[in-house]
Design a protein around this ligand. Structure first.
Ligand code: CAA
Length: 284
């Protein structure tokens, strides 16, 4: 299975990061979102990252221009008719994802692999919205995508071995490390990470310690690069809550119940770094 042309759907933080690493690895990339200004914002972020790499001497200006030359902005999903793989990184909502996959199944040629960067939704259910479940697979990148080495590769119930192999090989060409994971709620990364973050929120909620001290314990005591509450702000508290709810519903086990304080912050619109306020406050 030869992969040359890639479409990334969703030009947010994850989608633009995925588009960047694909273009850096030599793939021709279409970056798609609903509105032109969203794609432009994604491309501006990529340009900023590449410029930083040039300044730091990791890349020449010519290489930067070549990478940018491999990226094309589009708001027309019909452009998927020319690609070998689509990597979907739209919002974490099953209705939206199944609609996108049904549409992609109609637009793309038979050989096209349909991958999703979902952080916790069932691949098997997304695949069932298409007539090619054997070509649907999870490709879960970590944030920030250009820096983090891991990609969880999740097989749906019907994913073909040759599709798994193609995605494993592609992941290596992106200079990332693939890890094979079965399709269960939260996969591996978020099944372990999110309950830790949720427990940190409970620790704050119950007044065991302050937010700064909780973060300090995990940074200095466990060598985590960020404390769990800072990390939650960085990921987005709405995303953390959504994943906890997915785990709670998916396993039907109360050990995954989201902390009421997390719910309260999300209801208040305190979603973390992206809204300027979460557990901490941030400059615009
Ligand atoms: N995009 C591109 N590059 C970035 C970046 C971004 N958003 N953020 C940081 N970097 C780069 C910086 O440019 C810097 O590069 P240089 O070495 O060339 O200077 C490098 O990363 C280190 O950055 P900083 O020196 O500014 O800060 P740091 O040392 O604290 O590192 C960090 C930043 C890499 C984000 C680090 O704090 C870290 O690893 N944090 C934990 C991240 C994590 O756990 N991610 C997983 C989140 S969970 C997830 O993604 C799954 C999900 O489904 C929710």
């Amino acid at each position: 299975m030869q992969i040359n042309k890639v479409m990334v759907i969703g030009a947010g933080q994850m989608g633009s990061g995925i588009a960047q690493v694909c273009a850096q690895a030599g793939y021709d990339v279409l970056l798609n979102d609903l509105k032109e200004e969203l794609v432009e914002k994604g491309l501006a972020g990529i340009t900023k990252n590449l410029t930083r790499s040039v300044t730091k001497g990791r890349m020449t200006d010519e290489e930067k221009q070549n990478v940018l030359g491999r990226l094309t902005a589009t708001t027309n999903i019909q452009d998927a008719q020319n690609v070998d793989i689509v990597i979907e990184a739209a919002v974490e909502n099953m209705d939206i994802k199944t609609k996108i996959f049904t549409q992609l199944d109609e637009i793309t040629p038979e050989h096209t692999i349909l991958a999703t960067n979902t952080s916790s939704l069932p691949i098997t259910e997304i695949a069932a919205a298409t007539k090619r479940p054997e070509k649907v697979i999870g490709m879960h990148f970590m944030n920030p995508v250009p820096v983090m080495k891991l990609v969880e590769i999740i097989r749906g119930l019907a994913t073909a071995d040759e599709v798994y192999k193609a995605i494993e090989d592609m992941t290596k060409t992106l200079n990332k490390v693939p890890v094979e994971v079965e399709d269960f709620p939260g996969f591996v990364a978020n099944r372990i990470l999110m309950p830790m973050i949720n427990e940190a929120v409970y620790t704050l909620y119950e007044g065991v310690s302050s937010k700064e001290e909780i973060d300090e314990v995990m940074k200095l005591g466990m060598n985590h690069p960020m404390g769990p509450l800072t990390l939650a702000d960085f990921i987005g508290l709405d995303t953390c809550l959504y994943i906890m709810e997915t785990l709670h519903e998916g396993f039907g086990d109360d050990k995954y119940r989201p902390c009421p304080l997390l719910r309260k912050y999300v209801k208040a619109g305190w979603l973390g770094k992206k809204t300027g306020r979460g557990f901490y406050t941030y400059e615009a």
